[in-house]
Design a protein around this ligand. Structure first.
Ligand code: GLU
Length: 480
């Protein structure tokens, strides 16, 4: 993969603006996988130059999530806001100003708004009209000395084709006539993302900028900056957009959860979330139908250049399915450890650990999320009500149904408490059913659960226990 034999350096470059979007987790994961494959170095760079969007506690939760996911970085965190204070970006701004690649702009937001409105009226693309670029040097100096507020803009050369060689998307060409003279330094003295990210990627020797597709339109601006400084341009990989489940629109909060924290709170397992997120926009291909991968396998199989160009639909049903696979593969102690907090939340009054273990053992094969634990089988916890129709197997009449229940009653009564195990119950009831499984097992299951769908009658009898099972069957017999 790393054909140049040069050390790979990538960065996690999140902005601390709140919860972690699953798109951010995917970007971080792809950076991680790529770095691991190439023995590379990972930096954590906190892109916090937009002071208005900063959210308290966001950096801590970002770091916690990176630790939770088990995808550590090698250096950092490096805070851009700290580098601002160290004057790092100003040095480069001065360079651009001295070389004539940037200029002071004093235009008020009111003037800019009016200018844009007028351009829209004239059906022109809204772009800065370079009013301040044409100011005399002496006037510029006077206005600065008078304490007028200003920004620094990048002078974008006209009518040049900028070519991006994107690892994922191939060759992309963008003409500079579509690019506005970007603000590089804001009036609060902070650099914009464009300047900070280029300066940092250069100073930190980043070799690959792997990031979301939304940054493609920024990339020509960045390339122009690299050129202006005469710096080597890193390689770019722009990852496909995440779309809603129907694959039509950009993933939006309105249609459900988008934050990693939401998924964790919903009871999805870390390994399932990671597996799911990595497969948004990449799969191992070659006709493979395998969908469950641990991190080690992902490091081995992932291929950045095989990431898809088109948007990836985020289908939560697939995550449910994956989560169920991970739950199925847990041993019972692990399962109890993970599920217990959710169980206690759903059933605060249930304290019998042996009983809880039985519920979990029976639910393990069908459980998709821990938040659902116990909820789909209310008959484990509360009394049930049944009616004749429910108790009857296809076409059976009253007396047939009653006699099947009586037969069950007799068999179950004879099993001692110590023999009331899942294995014994299965063997005994299956043997008694012979080749007429439905005729015998359906009425028992219905009597025990009061439901059309549930785990098997042997599993239900095992969980509920002998006394309650006999009691429920007795009540069902009395209906006839
Ligand atoms: N701070 C940007 C983000 O949160 C990163 C952009 C980049 O990787 O260059 O998406």
């Amino acid at each position: 993969m790393n054909t140049e034999n040069k050390e790979v350096v990538v960065r996690y470059a999140p902005s601390p603006t709140g919860l972690m979007h699953i798109g951010t987790l995917r970007t971080i994961l792809y950076n991680y996988l790529f770095a691991k494959q190439n023995n590379g170095t990972i930096l954590l760079r906190i892109e916090d130059t937009d002071q208005s969007r900063k959210v308290d506690g966001a950096v801590e939760s970002l770091e916690n999530l990176i630790t939770w996911a088990g995808i550590p970085y090698d250096k950092g965190p490096i805070f851009q806001s700290k580098r601002v204070k160290e004057g790092i970006y100003n040095k480069y701004i001065d360079k651009l100003l001295n070389n004539g690649d940037a200029y002071y702009c004093f235009c008020s937001s009111k003037r800019l708004d009016e200018m844009r409105k007028q351009q829209i009226l004239e059906k022109k693309p809204p772009m800065y009209d370079r009013k301040c670029f044409y100011l005399q040097k002496s006037e510029v100096q006077k206005r600065i000395d008078d304490g007028e507020k200003y920004v620094i803009r990048f002078l974008i050369p006209k009518n040049k084709n900028i070519e991006i060689k994107d690892i994922v998307r191939g060759k992309i060409v963008i003409n500079t006539n579509t690019i506005d003279d970007q603000i590089l330094l804001k009036s609060d003295g902070f650099p914009t993302y464009h300047l900070a990210s280029v300066v940092d990627d250069h100073e930190m020797k980043v070799t690959h900028a792997i990031r979301g597709e939304e940054w493609v339109t920024s990339t020509p601006k960045h390339i122009l900056l690299y050129n202006a400084f005469k710096w080597k341009v890193p390689k770019f990989a722009h990852l496909p957009l995440l779309l809603n489940a129907d694959g039509k629109k950009k993933l939006s909060k309105r249609q459900g959860d988008v934050a990693v924290e939401d998924f964790i709170a919903k009871g999805y397992l870390k390994d399932a979330i990671i597996n799911f997120v990595v497969l948004l926009g990449w799969n191992p291909g070659c006709g493979s139908t395998k969908e469950i991968f641990n991190l080690e396998e992902l490091i081995e199989k992932f291929n950045l250049s095989k990431v898809h160009k088109s948007g990836a639909a985020v289908d939560i049903k697939r995550l449910d399915w994956m989560n169920a696979q991970y739950i199925k593969n847990m041993n019972i102690d692990e399962l109890i450890k993970f599920a217990l907090p959710y169980f206690k939340e759903n059933f605060p009054n249930v304290t019998d650990n042996k009983f809880i273990k039985k519920v979990l053992t029976v639910e393990q094969d069908r459980l998709e999320r821990f938040t659902q634990v116990g909820l789909e089988n209310p008959f484990f916890f509360e009394s049930v009500s049944v009616n004749k129709e429910l108790l009857k197997w296809k076409g059976a009449d009253d007396s047939e149904t009653k006699s099947q229940l009586e037969k069950a009653m007799q068999i179950l009564t004879s099993i001692t408490d110590s023999h009331w195990t899942r294995k014994n119950l299965t063997e005994i009831l299956m043997t008694a059913a012979g080749d007429k499984k439905g005729d015998f097992l359906w009425p028992i299951r219905a009597a025990l659960t009061g439901e059309k769908y549930s785990p098997s009658p042997m599993d239900c009898a095992w969980v509920i226990g002998k006394e309650k099972s006999l009691d429920r069957i007795k009540k069902a017999i009395q209906i006839f």
